[in-house]
Design a protein around this ligand. Structure first.
Ligand SMILES: Nc1ncnc2c1ncn2[C@@H]1O[C@H](COP(=O)(O)OP(=O)(O)O)[C@@H](O)[C@H]1O
Ligand SMILES: N[C@@H](CCC(=O)OP(=O)(O)O)C(=O)O
Length: 372
């Protein structure tokens, strides 16, 4: 059976990555306001259908360099960071102003590579993004360029967008670019390059089709888009590379505009569970019969149900969940350190602030973070 192209109108949770060249005019360095208004009208239509939308937008450096008169040559890191700081405030405001007439609220989220490599920070980002989406907000994400030096940054928003898609458990990710998908070679330099509408496996031949990274306003080129595709596919998220320069790029894609779709190998929830199950536990929580019963019906693990805490673990670490007789029931990512867990074990969640001196999360292990 031929693979079926994913349908944007069925997306439950969608991440859209917007490249610099779409939001910022290459010649003048100014914001492309009309284009942004069209994109946001599409986002509002998706939100109205019940789709959660996260935007990952590039453009802070491109906007900032023109604001600060830094010319169009490659910038040394300090200047790129300064440009990002000046540009990001404009960029965020432009999104806020475009969303507001649709009754939508924007929230700015700035992250670095470290925020996804460190499990604790990753879980914090996941919790915040999840809360924003549940409140109907449209998060506008970018790399925190002002603090991110080369070793700790993505450097391109294609991979950042894929990481965000994994973080929020998105089922679709659209990379809006200046090209309508992957070709057998760079179509700008090879007129014989052929468009590929659907990819279900990233073979070495496909990876070789991405040429070298390019310069100018953009950072990534096709290479980082394929890296993003690898991350997304493995996490159960379909990824599209589509042209963004249409005034309504998401509507165009929904109506079947040409694109390349990379198909997911699983679904986001199964991928996350497999990720957790594969981790090496750093400790264990033995729970009572009441808690074991609650977990079996899909509840989170509260401190009240924990009888013994063993091992030395930090926040976000994987631990084994043991039944009352010590049998392993599953694995979960714990929200407190071993020391904290020992002091709140057997206590009610509303006692946590009194015991620890600060209010933490009600659950010791959230149901989304456990595999039984
Ligand atoms: N095999 C390929 N298929 C399509 N585009 C390619 C390929 N190899 C290189 N490219 C280049 O990648 C560009 C898209 O990447 P980029 O300019 O970084 O976009 P963005 O700013 O949207 O991230 C295309 O315009 C094209 O020049
Ligand atoms: N964080 C940078 C993004 C750089 C980047 O990835 O650009 P692009 O290749 O146009 O998506 C910025 O906002 O300028």
């Amino acid at each position: 059976m031929a693979p079926v192209t994913p349908d944007l109108s069925t997306a439950r949770r969608l991440v859209v990555k917007v490249g610099s060249a779409l939001v910022v005019d290459r010649e003048t360095g100014a914001l492309r306001r009309d284009w942004l208004l069209g994109l946001i009208a599409d986002v509002a239509a998706l939100r109205a259908r019940g789709t959660d939308v996260v935007l990952v937008s590039s453009g802070s450096i491109a906007l900032g360099r023109s604001l600060l008169g830094l010319g169009s040559d490659a910038l040394p890191l300090e200047r790129a960071q300064a440009a990002a700081a000046a540009g990001q405030i404009r960029l965020a405001r432009a999104y806020e102003e475009a969303l507001q007439p649709h009754g939508l609220v924007a929230a700015q989220v700035l992250l670095t590579l470290e925020d996804s490599a460190d499990r604790r920070r990753y879980l914090n980002a996941r919790a915040t993004l999840g809360t924003l989406l549940s409140l109907g907000v449209v998060p506008i994400v970018n790399e925190n360029d002002t603090v991110a030096t080369d070793e700790i940054r993505f450097g391109d928003n294609d991979r950042l967008a894929a990481q965000i898609a994994v973080t929020v458990g998105a089922d679709q990710l659209v990379l809006l670019s200046d090209v309508d998908g992957l070709y057998t070679a760079n179509p700008q330099s090879d007129p014989a390059a052929r468009h590929l509408p659907i990819i279900d496996r990233l073979t070495p031949e496909i990876l070789a089709m991405a040429g070298d990274p390019i310069s100018g306003l953009s950072k990534g080129g096709m290479r980082t888009k394929l890296m993003a595709a690898r991350t997304a596919m493995g996490a159960g998220c379909a990824l599209a590379i589509a042209r963004g320069d249409d005034l309504h790029p998401l509507e165009a894609l929904r109506n079947g505009a040409r694109a390349t779709w990379f198909l997911p190998q699983t679904d986001p929830q199964a991928a996350r569970k497999a990720w957790i199950a594969a981790m090496k536990p750093q400790g264990a929580l033995r729970i009572d019969a009441g808690a074991a019963q609650a977990l079996s019906t899909g509840r989170s693990l509260l401190p009240a149900g924990v009888v013994v805490v063993s091992g030395a673990f930090g926040r976000g670490d994987p631990v084994t969940i043991e039944g009352p007789d010590g049998d392993p029931l599953g694995t979960g990512l714990v929200r407190y350190t071993a020391e904290e867990a020992r002091s709140i074990a057997g206590r009610h969640s509303n006692e946590i602030p009194g015991i620890l001196g600060y209010s933490g999360r009600a659950a010791l292990i959230h149901r989304d973070d456990m595999v039984l």
